[in-house]
Design a binder for this molecule. Structure first.
Ligand code: PRP
Length: 209
């Protein structure tokens, strides 16, 4: 059995649909709600749902042979895995945002609130900027509103969360999308099967026109 970690939620559903279209289906996955593991014995695959930010942990440690993780998670945690394919879904951007009137030249040490402390630190280190990093776990947009931070480093998809909270993008750090990843040992021993799946998935990738 080849173990495949899918990210739970809306992105995971899209990812599963790509696997299905690529010939790796498991129909029960659409019908049963709280079950976490689904097998297709004939195809030799087993899907399981995990929290999106945990996919790379399962894959790095070999509990999953392959999986799908956001580039944000791969850059933040730098798991020791192979990145096989950009699926071109789950697209968004990692951005610096702040109140419209905020100008970062007004402060010497910039207070930065974020879930992505490593991405934020790398970004400001490259600019030689001193920052005070504040690690939060969600609702990051609150931080500048309440004066906890000057700016945030966070994911922007539609931009509506920023807009509704009177914040705006000050800089784009990098574009994000979902990636097919593989465990390095699995790739050595189950390489043929993994490459076959990756090739079939590649045919399902829709390019931007
Ligand atoms: C993410 C991100 C933003 C929001 C951006 O939050 O942290 O808050 O989505 O999306 P938008 O540009 O389409 O409005 P998520 O829903 O993952 O929840 P969180 O508050 O737990 O980070």
């Amino acid at each position: 059995m080849l173990n495949i970690a899918l990210p739970k939620g809306r992105l995971g559903e899209k990812v599963y649909e790509m696997f299905e279209a690529a010939g790796y289906d498991c129909p029960a996955i659409k019908e049963i709600n709280r079950k976490l593991v689904f097998e297709n014995e004939e195809k030799g695959i087993r899907f399981f749902w995990v929290k999106p930010s945990d996919v790379s942990i399962y894959v790095e440690r070999g509990a999953a042979d392959i999986g799908v993780a956001g580039k944000d998670i791969l850059l933040e945690y730098k798991p020791n895995v192979y990145e096989l394919l950009d699926l071109n879904i789950g697209k968004c951007r990692m951005c610096v945002a702040a109140k419209k009137e905020f100008d970062d030249r007004d402060v010497s040490v910039l207070k930065v609130a974020t879930k992505f402390t490593s991405i934020a630190s790398d970004y400001y280190a490259k600019q030689g900027r001193d920052i005070d990093i504040i690690k939060l776990n969600g609702s990051i947009e609150l931080a500048p509103i309440l004066g906890l931070s000057d700016v945030i480093v966070d994911i922007v998809e539609t931009g509506s969360t920023l807009k509704e909270n009177n914040l705006e993008v000050k800089a784009t750090i990098l574009p994000i999308s979902a990636r097919l990843i593989a465990n390095k040992v699995s790739f050595k021993f189950k390489g043929k099967q993994i490459e076959k799946i990756a090739d079939a998935m590649k045919e399902q990738v829709k390019n931007d026109d």
